[in-house]
Write a protein that binds this ligand. Structure first.
Ligand code: ATP
Ligand code: MG
Length: 173
């Protein structure tokens, strides 16, 4: 039976051109693609859930079969709640491969009826990660090549806010 719906889970802190590439490919493979922003993640995100979802909505407005949601708890439970059978993930490098395959096997153990499908972004986007973008933005690096303009703007304002915090601390305030 063909799969109509896929769920692309992630932190999207913030959404990058790599994520958008994966979303575009997913939207061409499936009738409906749900991009699911993780709520309860172990890492403390730079952007709030609302900000991460808002940026995702802005960047995917042109894809009519893509919708942005959030989830907490196990991905497989969330996919089941939508009667879905497919988890979409992106693969970049060999370092991704190990983690991603481990997660796919774990999810298969929890839910043998749900399949993880991997896609690769275009080569030019394949090295981009949100962490790299956050770090470069904090150091005033030019991140315009890695994210859509709206995201770059928000990163710049976050970076200056972060620097303000650092300055306050160093001045003993
Ligand atoms: N440039 C990219 N090309 C292909 N897949 C990607 C790319 N960036 C992220 N992904 C994939 O998107 C999914 C969600 O990733 P996630 O939200 O953790 O982004 P991330 O860039 O890995 O963030 P962080 O650096 O904060 O861990 C994962 O499957 C990840 O491998
Ligand atoms: Mg990651």
């Amino acid at each position: 039976m063909p799969h109509r719906l896929a769920v692309y889970p992630g932190t999207f802190d913030p959404v990058s051109n790599g994520h958008i590439d994966v979303i575009e490919r997913g939207s061409q493979l499936f009738e409906q693609l749900v991009v699911a922003c993780a709520v309860n993640i172990s890492k403390q995100p730079l952007f709030s859930l609302e900000e991460r979802m808002e940026m995702l909505r802005e960047c995917t407005a042109d894809f009519t079969n893509v919708r942005i949601e959030s989830f907490s708890g196990m991905v497989v439970d969330y996919v089941r709640s939508l009667s879905g059978k497919v988890i979409l993930r992106g693969l970049r490098t060999f370092s991704d491969y190990e983690n991603e395959v481990q997660m796919a096997y774990a999810n298969r153990t929890f839910a043998p009826d749900i399949e993880t499908v991997f896609v690769c972004a275009s080569l030019e986007e394949s090295f981009i990660s949100s962490r790299l973008i956050r770090e470069a933005a904090a150091l005033d690096g030019d991140i315009s090549r890695f994210v859509p303009e709206g995201v770059a703007k928000r990163l710049r304002s976050k970076a200056s806010a972060l620097k303000g915090e650092v300055k306050k601390h160093s001045e003993g305030r």
